[in-house]
Design a protein around this ligand. Structure first.
Ligand code: DP6
Length: 330
């Protein structure tokens, strides 16, 4: 007998960044974060537990994954097997609908979809809180992708991280802001987030200040979202992004995730803003620039950004939905 389920989870962009863990083994964040789940970027994952399989297999975008990626998925599946006393190995078939190898974070949608499809296929219907806990064990940002709209990830206080889960701040239709994802290069990114965070924690002299000041950033962002105060939200998002990258610059040796175009775009976005366009940037652990704007300015801004020489692609998106199961077969 096979146990199958398919789920879809959307990616998210952090407006207040998660960078640093209070416990690495369980991806328990040292700071809270606030994100927007994204409509246009998602992962669809099918999990099939099958008694005839000798080992777990991961097929990502039509290709068998490397050992390293397959091992990470397999360790995650072990957590699900342990929860549900299911002894079988699994075949996982996963698709990202967004360009891969473009340095766009896929671990958030990947582990949220795997948590949902895997647990369903194993016969478990987990609550959103349980799904968020589980997804976090795959990747910290994945805990947020269980929910649509505006989401906050809590650090929690417990040593085992049980209370380090995401909560919804507002549904997707609460505020239809736009995000333009500007691809500056299709070359893969350098140092991964987990490693980058640990390195910043261990070597940046500013790390303790980052932790201390994050509490206020979160409070201000919650308020900006509640009041639909776009300027405040954008200003805070840029601030949190630049503060996170300052930790990376002050690590030893420094982590520099940006390229020349990333920097050029930051200046250009500030210029556009000075000329009256509502546009604020945020950047994750990679060189792509994400621009926040209001819905009525999406196409004007897109045209302006396309004028910058060297831009590869621009993806326009807005608030996306909760992760959901799309098929179950026992
Ligand atoms: C810069 O969630 O990828 O995108 O928990 O180690 O898997 P792990 O890290 P990950 O880190 C995301 C870092 C970030 C900021 C954010 O999304 O909050």
């Amino acid at each position: 007998m096979c146990h199958k389920a398919t789920a879809i989870a959307h990616s998210n962009i952090a407006l207040i960044k998660y960078w640093g863990k209070r416990r690495s083994t369980f991806n328990i964040p040292a700071v809270g974060s606030i994100s927007l789940t994204l409509q246009e970027l998602f992962t669809q994952t099918k999990v099939r537990f099958d008694p005839s399989l000798k080992q777990d297999m991961l097929i990502l975008n039509g290709k068998r994954s490397s050992h390293e990626i397959e091992d990470r998925a397999s360790r995650f599946l072990d957590l699900i097997r342990r929860k549900s006393d299911l002894p079988f190995k699994a075949q996982v078939v996963s698709h990202n609908n967004f360009p891969t190898g473009a340095g766009l974070a896929s671990s958030a949608s990947a582990f949220a979809a795997l948590a949902l499809a895997g647990s369903k296929a194993a016969g478990k219907t987990l609550t959103k809180v349980e799904l968020s806990q589980l997804a976090r064990l795959g990747s910290g940002s994945a805990a947020r992708s269980i929910y649509g709209g505006f989401v906050e990830m809590k650090t929690g206080r417990k040593l085992n991280g049980q209370d380090a889960v995401a909560v919804r701040l507002a549904k997707p239709d609460f505020w239809p802001i736009k995000l333009l994802i500007v691809i500056t290069t299709t070359l893969g990114k350098g140092i991964g987030s987990s490693q980058g965070m640990d390195h910043s924690k261990n070597t940046s002299p500013y790390y303790s200040q980052w932790i201390k000041t994050s509490v206020n950033d979160l409070a201000e962002m919650r308020l900006a979202i509640r009041n639909k105060d776009f300027e405040k939200m954008g200003e805070l998002a840029e601030y949190s992004c630049l503060k996170m990258h300052s930790l990376c610059f002050s690590a030893r040796p420094a982590l520099i995730y940006w390229n020349q175009l990333t920097i050029e775009l930051m200046h250009y976005i500030r210029e556009l803003r000075n000329s009256g366009l509502p546009a604020y940037f945020t950047i994750d652990a990679g060189p792509q620039v994400k621009v926040l704007t209001l819905p009525e300015y999406g196409s004007t801004l897109r045209k302006k950004l396309h004028q910058v020489p060297g831009i590869k692609e621009i993806i326009e998106t807005g608030p996306g939905p909760d992760a959901k199961v799309v098929e179950v077969r026992q």
